[in-house]
Design a protein. Structure first.
Length: 255
């Protein structure tokens, strides 16, 4: 899906992919335009947010939007369709060229659940979406691999890795970590310690479409378009690892 594709007749899956891809192309242009450091972070956040808001207003004018970079309009709580977007997930990594572990998230919540989503990894020139559910490759590593933050891996995940003899794989944005399971770069992403709906809505939609296990760390359902948009923990993994991970959390917690 490229920015040249006309979105007039795209369904929600294809539109999510087009939006994420188009915002990613804008971010690549911003990255190449000269700013550095904080100025680059701010320019990227602003450019991607403004573009997504403009395109959603044009192509889905009756829908509500929840964006990390926008004001939370609580009218969304009474809407039947809400786009949940993170215009630039992994701002730090975006500001450190040539890092590629940053993403654009676009998801649609409709009548109680996620129904469409896309995650663009612009520096890889790839977009993963629910309209073309990814096929997860066979596991290529004998040891399980757990995606973790490159700057602050949770202590409980280190303990989990020790118990199940897993390797920790550091990387940037939350979306990239989830998609790393889709891509067989890792086998699980286990997180507790703070996220919001926009951090994982689109990645979870894509992961579900690929047949991966997705839940809160206690095994409960991930719920979106809530009054409180905090969604601090999640598990995304190959289905065969879910019981081990949930059992570990049940016994040890996430402290």
């Amino acid at each position: 899906m490229t920015a040249s594709d006309a979105p007039a007749h795209l369904d929600d899956h294809a539109l999510a992919a087009w939006l994420a891809t188009t915002a990613g192309e804008r971010l690549l242009a911003v990255r190449e335009s000269g700013p550095t450091g904080r100025e680059l972070k701010d320019a990227g956040d602003r450019a991607a947010h403004e573009l997504l808001m403009e395109l959603l207003a044009e192509h889905r004018p009756g829908d509500s939007v929840l964006s990390e970079e926008g004001k939370d309009d609580k009218r969304r709580l009474h809407a039947s369709r809400v786009w949940i977007v993170d215009p630039l997930d992994g701002t730090r990594e975006f500001s450190e060229p040539p890092r590629d572990d940053w993403a654009v998230h676009v998801a649609l919540w409709q009548d109680g659940d996620l129904t469409a989503g896309a995650v663009a990894q612009p520096a890889l020139h790839e977009t993963f979406d629910t309209g073309r559910p990814p096929v997860v490759p066979p596991r290529s590593s004998a040891r399980p691999r757990i995606a973790v933050s490159r700057t602050r891996p949770p202590a409980f995940v280190e303990a989990l890795a020790e118990e199940i003899d897993a390797e920790l794989v550091p990387m940037g944005s939350a979306g990239v970590k989830v998609i790393s399971v889709v891509r067989d770069v890792s086998d699980a992403y286990v997180h507790a310690g703070g996220q919001y709906e926009w951090d994982n809505a689109a990645p979870v939609a894509v992961a579900r479409s690929a047949g991966l296990f997705c839940s809160r760390v206690d095994g409960s359902e991930l719920r979106y378009n809530q009054d409180d948009v905090s969604l601090p923990d999640l598990i995304v993994c190959r289905p065969e690892l879910s019981a081990q991970i949930l059992d570990f959390v049940r016994r040890h917690g996430t402290a």
